[in-house]
Ligand binder design. Sequence first.
Ligand code: GDP
Length: 425
Amino acid sequence: MVKAIVGANWGDEGKGKITDMLAADSDIVIRFQGGANAGHTIINDYGKFALHLLPSGSFNQNVINMIGNGVALDIPALIKEINEVVSRGVPKPNIVVSERTQVLMPYHKLFDQYEEERLSDRQFGSTKSGIAPFFSDKFSKIGFQVWELFSDDELLKEKISNVLEVKNLLLEHIYHKPLIDKKELFNTLKEYGEMIKPYVIDSVKFMHEAISSGKNILLEGQLGSLKDPDFGIYPMTTSSSTLAGYGAVGAGIPPYEIKEIITVVKAYSSAVGAGAFVSEIFGEEADELRRRGGDGGEFGATTGRPRRMGWFDCVASRYGCRVQGTTQVAFTVLDVLGYLDEIPVCIGYELDGKVIRDFPTTNKLEKAKPVLKVLPGWKSDIRGIKKYMDLPENCRNYIEFVERELEVPIKIVSNGPNREDIIMR
Ligand code: GDP
């Protein structure tokens, strides 16, 4: 049985925690998109970890963790992450990598940085991990699949020459930066090949057999619906699909095998990078929520950047669940709101004198003003509560209000950052 765990918002919903928790009953956990540009924070018996490329099943010895073909694979970053978790006492995770996964090149990071420099005040707020140049190259058909690193050296050299022809023209004439040396790049790619070879498998065969023998499989998404390049706040999105539907492609499995789509929805809003954010709050109100948010504040797991903060957005989250094809919601970081007397939630967008409930295209989003409804707070610490009925009444009312707005059942409530801070409904 295949389940997908994906985000309905702008990312940082707590997917890592939910995946780590559900990994205990899983055989395979797969990253199917994205790259090392965002992070999942996981707190368990081994300590606190920020994972970027490693699937969140990496702490369970019974789990095989796969980097699917849909991922932007930064090979040194993956190896560094494996070594880091091992150096902190975690048994070496079981990692496999699809032979068709494409390799993030050293120059993708450079081009990401150079392009943001060129754009200056129009920049996207990229994490400069090379993700946008990587996916541009993949779809321009000048990317490198993993198998190319250790197959035919002559073919690899020829391809490097062809690709560098255009890369060096851009470096010279657009960016005015040092050119890339063919031989050096070849040697780097051969080193990458040696590093990754022990992990590489035929993932289509592997997944076919896993599904046939009834294995429990989790697809783990990065970021959330609103960062999806098709349905998100384009162009202020990421470069690979964040949707469960893409999980079939990015993991190499039939779409009809995905039986459950667990969409992680956060009890308030946070976002990184530029782009419209209708329920955004500012000043002292935002600082306090940021300081109290997540586990030890809402700051980027990869970059340390302060996240933008906002109230819960019913319009964006309902849409976020809809485009995922949500079968159930995991509602997270609810404990953080326990300090508020009253909790505003955004229930509509005011646009040209009308109130709308459907998430609009980016041009309209920029002009939309939030319509807020204020719900009473519960003014208490709900961490440690294990049963839904033991939650304060106002807290249950908040959950049930959100559930009606989302139009899908909230079956999991997360009331703290640790594995055991969870209420199943
Ligand atoms: P992901 O990318 O979706 O996995 O999310 P991140 O790891 O970037 O951000 C979620 C943050 O919230 C992390 O610091 C988690 O440890 C933390 N977190 C997850 N669930 C909860 C929760 O229920 N309560 C609190 N207080 N923190 C949580």
